[in-house]
Design a binder for this molecule. Structure first.
Ligand SMILES: CCCCCCCCCCCC(=O)SCCNC(=O)CCNC(=O)[C@H](O)C(C)(C)COP(=O)(O)OP(=O)(O)OC[C@H]1O[C@@H](n2cnc3c(N)ncnc32)[C@H](O)[C@@H]1OP(=O)(O)O
Length: 216
């Protein structure tokens, strides 16, 4: 499946809109959560450098929503903030960067799971894993079309993720059917040898009459 030129342009504009227009509306420059910080381990840094290098040829875009998640809500002034970006202590919770690979209709997210995400002792909570999957599939579908809502998410947990480790979350567009985007997602060790979690999701663009992500 290929994106039309129009869609590609729309997509690019959408990316830059969020990153460049919103700072003009809100006076304070957002913290860019997608930039490396002192909590990032060697693996996270190496992967970041690897994917960041790929952005140079324009086929991979650093996903703007990783930066300044605060802007995603109209009610920012009443303290709303993107869930995955709401713990400011670097490395404590969700450390991640998303890269959108335009040519393969694929997203890659590097995720380092901090100590506040503990579920089973020493391992990441299943809800935190589902949160990250939802973030990746939702962002991926939104970048391919327009803002979406997750209607359905099926998650299969195959092996636990050690707390503090870095994993890859890769999502692929399986099918586009009208307003619906079917996305599948895999969470693996960084070398791809170990499968941690698999998921599929349906993320439709909300219909005219439904309540949608109007803030976007
Ligand atoms: C850069 C970006 C930044 C984005 C940065 C943000 C990243 C984070 C992303 C997080 C994403 C979320 O967590 S979103 C939050 C969690 N999700 C929600 O709260 C959604 C709540 N549900 C809804 O609002 C609504 O049900 C919608 C919008 C999903 C659908 O309502 P609708 O628009 O009225 O449309 P409706 O006709 O009912 O459904 C549309 C089509 O989807 C199908 N469908 C509907 N529900 C389901 C379902 N559960 N499972 C399977 N299929 C379903 C219908 O059969 C229909 O197919 P057909 O008849 O057309 O064939």
């Amino acid at each position: 499946m290929k994106l039309s030129k129009k869609k590609k342009n729309k997509q690019t504009v959408f990316c830059f809109n969020v990153q460049h227009v919103l700072p003009k509306i809100f006076p304070r420059k957002p913290r860019d959560f997608s930039l490396p910080n002192s909590s990032w381990g060697k693996e996270m840094m190496e992967l970041y450098n690897h994917y960041n290098r790929l952005t140079a040829d324009q086929s991979v875009y650093l996903c703007c929503v990783s930066s300044g998640g605060a802007y995603l809500s109209k009610i920012i002034q009443s303290k709303a903030r993107l869930f995955t970006r709401n713990i400011r202590d670097p490395g404590a919770a969700f450390e991640y960067v998303l890269f959108f690979r335009q040519d393969k209709l694929k997203c890659v997210c590097i995720f380092q799971a901090g100590h506040l995400l503990e579920g089973p002792p020493g391992h990441v909570h299943g809800g935190a894993i589902a949160t990250m999957i939802d973030t990746v599939t939702g962002t991926h579908a939104s970048l391919l079309s327009a803002p979406v809502m997750t209607a359905n998410l099926n998650v299969n947990y195959r092996s636990p993720i050690p707390l503090g480790s870095t994993v890859l979350i890769e999502s692929i567009l399986d099918k586009e059917d009208g307003r619906k985007m079917y996305i599948s997602c895999r969470v693996t060790s960084t070398d791809g040898s170990k499968l941690h979690t698999e998921a599929t999701g349906n993320c439709p663009q909300p219909g005219e009459s439904s309540e949608g992500p109007s803030h976007l």
